[in-house]
Every structure is written in C-alpha cells, then in structure tokens.
Design a protein. Structure first.
Length: 264
C-alpha cells in the first residue's frame, strides 16, 4: 500500500515495535525500511522474543540506519526459555548497544497454568534491566495488574513501553508512575474496537508512542497476508482521527516520547 505523504513536511514517526527479524521480511526487508525512512520514519525498534533470534537482530541494527536492538525472552515462548538464556541475556546487556530489554512480560490469554514460570522469567529480566539502567518493552495480555505488581515490587523506574496497550485509564496512570509510555498500533484502525478507541482519545498525548508489531497485528487497511512497517502511516492516520491535536502535534509528541524512553 502507498504511505501517506510525509516526505515534504516536518512529520517524523518512530515505530517502537516491529519484528523486522522475522522470516516474513526476508524477501523485502531492506526495501521496506528504505520506503518508510523516505517518508518520515526515523527509527525502528526490533524487540527480541527468543534467544535464537538475538544475533540476527543485532546484525540488522548494525547494518541498517535507524534500526535499534532490544533483546528479551517473550512470555508466550516460556517453555522454550532456560536458565542459560537468562545468563546469556545478562552477558548481552553488558556488551551493548541495546535500547531496551524486551519483549518481556506476562500473557494469561490462555489461562494461568504457566503463571509461576512466566513470572520467574519476567522478574529476572526486569531485575536485569534495572541493574543495566535500561527501559523495558512489555507484552501484557490479561495481566496488567500482575505486571504493575511486579513493577511495584522492584520499584522499577526505568520506564519503557507497554506494547499494544489495551488496559484502562487508571492502569495507564499507574504505568506512568513507573515511566512507561503506551504502544498504540493497528487495533485502533478497527471501528468495532470501541473500548480502545475511546481510551486512546482520553490518554495524555505525552504517554503515547506509535507501533506496528509487524508482521503481526495488521490494521484494518491491510489487505495482504502480513502487516509491514509501512502500515505505521495507517495507524497514525487513525490516531489523528481520534485526537483533537493536529497531525504535526501528534507526530512531534509521540516521536519525542519514543526518543525520551529509548534515549535515541
């Protein structure tokens, strides 16, 4: 699809959550990055989900301008993680350069059978991020109160991003107390997503960052088999339609938010 024309104006965006390392992008990864950068996307954050993918993420960030690495162990793959992977992450954090620890968190979408194991990995990774003075990228599904509890227990103040935020305004305020921004992506492009669209209208603009989660979480406008970084422009247009601020104000503030939290 054709992105909105931001080439000749002052609009700049940052995609704070894009899995560019996934094989879905093997055929056109470089081209996609070139297209979005040409139209105003200055930076892309790639979050790691498994130990096996970390090296490639580092390679991409080293080779592509404006592409940054985050490394972590995703809760959905908790049975594939090991104690050794935690040790490897600790070593990776000492080597750098990384902009965050992530994608980490808790996912109770399918129930809480793995709760103790998920919490173990989440706690250890939060602790490592705190020690390394890095923000975190958090995946939270049906787990916001549990995530907030862990943040309180560790007195975690490094901030980060709550990816694909779908909590309420009260939880948003409590996340803000820990320095967190809220990732807004393709969900708001669906008119049936009444709750999240209403919530996004009430959030402080200073707490919002843009994301695609490509190749997943495709927006309503996506007609192909995968979401791509180009769809950040559709997400941005939907956000603008829900807010009172101008497009330039929204782009400027959300980009400033991302730069602040990831120290870009």
């Amino acid at each position: 699809m054709k992105p909105v024309n931001t080439k000749n104006n002052k609009i700049e965006l940052i995609d704070t959550h894009c899995h560019l390392d996934f094989p879905e992008f093997d055929v056109d990864r470089k081209k996609l990055v070139s297209v979005v950068r040409e139209h105003g996307v200055t930076d892309i954050i790639i979050p790691g989900v498994k130990r096996s993918g970390w090296r490639f993420i580092r390679q991409l960030s080293a080779l592509m301008e404006g592409v940054h690495s985050a490394l972590g162990l995703h809760p959905m793959f908790v049975h594939e993680h090991s104690e050794q992977h935690l040790h490897d992450l600790e070593l990776a954090l000492s080597v750098g350069p990384l902009v965050a620890v992530g994608e980490i968190g808790l996912d109770f979408q399918e129930g809480r059978a793995d709760q103790a194991l998920q919490e173990k990995f989440f706690h250890h990774q939060l602790h490592m991020a705190k020690d390394a003075n890095l923000p975190v990228i958090i995946h939270s599904r049906r787990a916001h109160e549990d995530v907030l509890k862990q943040l309180r227990m560790l007195n975690f103040q490094n901030g980060g991003v709550i990816h694909a935020y779908n909590g309420d305004l009260n939880q948003a305020k409590r996340y803000e107390q820990h320095g967190f921004k809220l990732g807004i992506g393709g969900a708001i492009t669906f008119h049936r997503a009444v709750k999240i669209r209403a919530m996004v209208q009430e959030l402080p603009l200073q707490q919002i960052v843009m994301e695609t989660d490509a190749p997943d979480m495709a927006p309503a406008t996506c007609k192909g088999p995968r979401n791509t970084p180009v769809h950040i422009f559709d997400n941005f247009k939907s956000l603008c339609s829900l807010r009172q601020e101008s497009a330039l104000e929204i782009a400027t503030q959300t980009t400033l938010n991302a730069r602040s939290v990831f120290r870009l």
